[in-house]
Design a protein around this ligand. Structure first.
Ligand SMILES: *[C@@H]1O[C@H](CO)[C@@H](O)[C@H](O)[C@H]1NC(C)=O
Ligand SMILES: *[C@@H]1O[C@H](CO)[C@@H](O)[C@H](O)[C@H]1NC(C)=O
Ligand SMILES: *[C@@H]1O[C@H](CO)[C@@H](O)[C@H](O)[C@H]1NC(C)=O
Ligand SMILES: *[C@@H]1O[C@H](CO)[C@@H](O)[C@H](O)[C@H]1NC(C)=O
Ligand SMILES: *[C@@H]1O[C@H](CO)[C@@H](O)[C@H](O)[C@H]1NC(C)=O
Length: 349
């Protein structure tokens, strides 16, 4: 997520932004390739929600349809078929009893885990599952996997292999919990002040997006206000660290992200900078803007990204979600409805 309006922390956050990397103050030096930035990847809006809608995260079903979670105005899970133009969005489920939906990931084939919460309220956070394997017409079977009563702000969610558990970041506490989807067991398994905590003395966001890479066994993550992309190797079953917490790249003002299919890179939504950056996942890796920019609306307020899954059709397409620049209005004033943007990374690189 970027920052929930529900958190009502605007003054502290704006103060933090002023001292860190507000795009409208201080030096703008976030494009590693500013001197000769390449042309942006081709992009088209797949679907735009009404003004005031904050699209928070995205996962893609095996059939290629997009599942998006809304942080505002309602705790809604929508399904969007990107093959039609214009696309339509179908409300899958409103999670009554919560205010916001956050991270989402596929845990087992066509079974998705997601975070539902009153995002600023301790005791209100939970992980739910939505199982789409049944009759398509009757919608998914939805169930609560676990309450996470100690959480302060559950945010990003990544599936561990095997489908038995997910890892969920807590942006305020600076840790990661393993949540068992079958047994409902919840444990803090990763905690690192340097790379996961928010900056000291600031009501700002720490660890945010998380993605597990089956290719190398690392959990990759971003720390928003520390502007880090980091990783730690984890045990696939327990989620516990089996290696050091490593900072890979700094200067990335990241939210959620997608790992590159071939490994080695991540495509990070930088909602505060109205863009998506490609980041090489090695120490001191290069970063390069893929699409968007401070004065542009193309992916303004980017919150997350996921790859298309229709073979031979959109596997090179990155579906980027946005909050409509609600947190950092473009040029200081412009906001719009959150949307889903198809970014053709395949034809760009
Ligand atoms: C980037 O710009 C420099 C000079 O400013 C030039 O030498 C270099 O070839 C350019 N690189 C690309 C990839 O265009
Ligand atoms: C979320 O807040 C609403 C309104 O205060 C309340 O009715 C609901 O019980 C809360 N949900 C949880 C899970 O705490
Ligand atoms: C953070 O707050 C503590 C307690 O108020 C203070 O001692 C410390 O100097 C502060 N650190 C920074 C970096 O401002
Ligand atoms: C933002 O400002 C730039 C430079 O003045 C302008 O080109 C652009 O159209 C503006 N964008 C919006 C959404 O207002
Ligand atoms: C969206 O709503 C905000 C707040 O009411 C308003 O300032 C803005 O102009 C609206 N944007 C569009 C594109 O209608």
């Amino acid at each position: 997520m970027i920052i929930s309006k529900a958190l009502a922390l605007a003054p502290a956050l704006l103060a933090a932004a002023a001292t860190t990397a507000s795009p409208f103050r201080g030096p703008v030096n976030h494009h590693a390739h500013d001197a000769n930035a390449s042309a942006p990847a081709p992009a088209r809006t797949v679907y735009q929600f009404a003004n005031g809608t904050w699209v928070e995260n995205v996962a893609v079903r095996p059939n290629g349809n997009l599942l998006v979670t809304l942080l505002a105005p309602h705790p809604d899970l929508y399904e969007i078929d990107p093959s039609t133009d214009p696309a339509s969005a179908t409300l899958v489920r409103r999670f009554a009893g919560y205010a916001n939906l956050l991270g989402i990931a596929e845990a087992r084939p066509d079974i998705f885990a997601l975070v539902a919460a009153n995002s600023s309220v301790r005791g209100s956070h939970a992980v739910w599952t939505a199982d789409f394997n049944g009759d398509e017409a009757s919608g998914p079977e939805v169930a609560k996997a676990a309450d996470v009563p100690e959480a302060v702000l559950l945010n990003g969610l990544a599936a561990l292999p095997g489908g038995g558990a997910v890892l969920v970041s807590d942006t305020w506490q600076g840790n990661v919990r393993r949540v068992g989807l079958r047994d409902g067991k919840v444990d803090v398994v990763l905690e690192d002040v340097a790379t996961m905590a928010p900056p000291p003395n600031a009501s700002a966001l720490g660890i945010n997006g998380v993605r597990f890479s089956e290719a190398d066994g690392f959990l990759y993550y971003v720390n928003s206000y520390k502007q880090l992309v980091a990783r730690v190797e984890v045990d696939e079953a327990s989620g516990e660290a089996v290696g050091p917490f490593e900072v890979l790249v700094s200067g990335v003002f990241g939210d959620d992200f997608a790992l590159g299919r071939g490994g080695g890179v991540a495509y990070v939504a930088e909602g505060w900078r109205e863009d998506v950056v490609r980041v090489e996942l090695r120490a001191g890796g290069e970063k390069e803007v893929v699409v968007g920019g401070l004065h542009e609306t193309t992916v303004a307020g980017a919150t997350s990204a996921a790859w298309g899954r229709r073979k031979g059709v959109d596997e090179g397409v990155l579906y980027v979600t946005t909050c409509g620049a609600q947190e950092v209005p473009v040029n200081g004033t412009y906001t719009e409805g959150g949307k889903i943007v198809a970014v053709d990374v395949g034809s760009w690189r």
